[in-house]
Design a protein around this ligand. Sequence first.
Ligand code: AVI
Length: 313
Amino acid sequence: MDHVFLQDVLAGLRLPQKALPPKYFYDQQGSAYFDQICQLDEYYPYRTELGLLPEVARELKHYFERASVSSLQLVEFGAGSLHKVKPVLEELSMVDEFVALDISGEHLKEASSDLAEAFPQLTIKVVQGDFTQPMQMELSSATPMGFFPGSTIGNFEPEEAVEFLCNAGTTLGEESYLLLGVDTKKDRAILEPAYNDSKGVTALFNKNILTRINRELDGNFDLDQFEHTAIYNQQLGRIEMHLRSLTKQEVSIAGERFQFAEGETIHTENSYKYHPEEFERLASRAGWSPESVWLAADGIFAIMLLRRSAAGR
Ligand code: AVI
């Protein structure tokens, strides 16, 4: 039994507002559900960012040419399936080394050998570890540029996002850049269906965390007695996902018992949305200054280029 997973789950379920850390969504099944979410009509972030990246990469190429940067080391945080880096590499010819940082190395090794076939000139390195912390990474003589797509930064609390950005700065070193995807604030009529899809895939993704607890931590959640909910909390600027108990019930995990009232929820994920200027202020607290912002049509998604600034260090 994974002791850290168990302690995190027990601590979360002992809180007055029961909660589970969203990082535990991503076992093999959870990652497969997430890939399915990315293909849903309602889930606009994935396809919007992917559609915007070729233009961003073309403009980046001109930007770095003007800045006389002839060699880049591209470092992807939480690299996973490497889908998003391809359109960047296709345009940004001055990248000569790609470093993929992720917690799980296995999936990444497979994906990186596909990448090596597509880009035979590129040096590819896979570094396994907790990319949210400062990481020891061999910096080449090239200019480092971090890459954090997918608006995953929105799954951190704002203070955690500042901490992540500080740590990314430490990992990448002085004179570095960071390219990242940020999901913007918008009408709830667009936001809520993205997390409440009509095919019910997000519901399966959310409930999978209970299946995982049952299997790995000797739990006895009855999945039919919980329902998926996702609402936009406009005041806090975030989508909140919860699992709501449909009845008064008791659940046991590794021998510890938890009581649920009818309607009580487990808070499983936040997905923060930011106005571009709001995110720039947050990044500047971590020592990054904005160089460029690209907005998708109707401003539904932003890609930002940040540069490490002297102020804040
Ligand atoms: C990974 N992350 C950016 C997704 C999001 O949109 O916050 C996770 C997700 N949760 C439900 N749908 C997608």
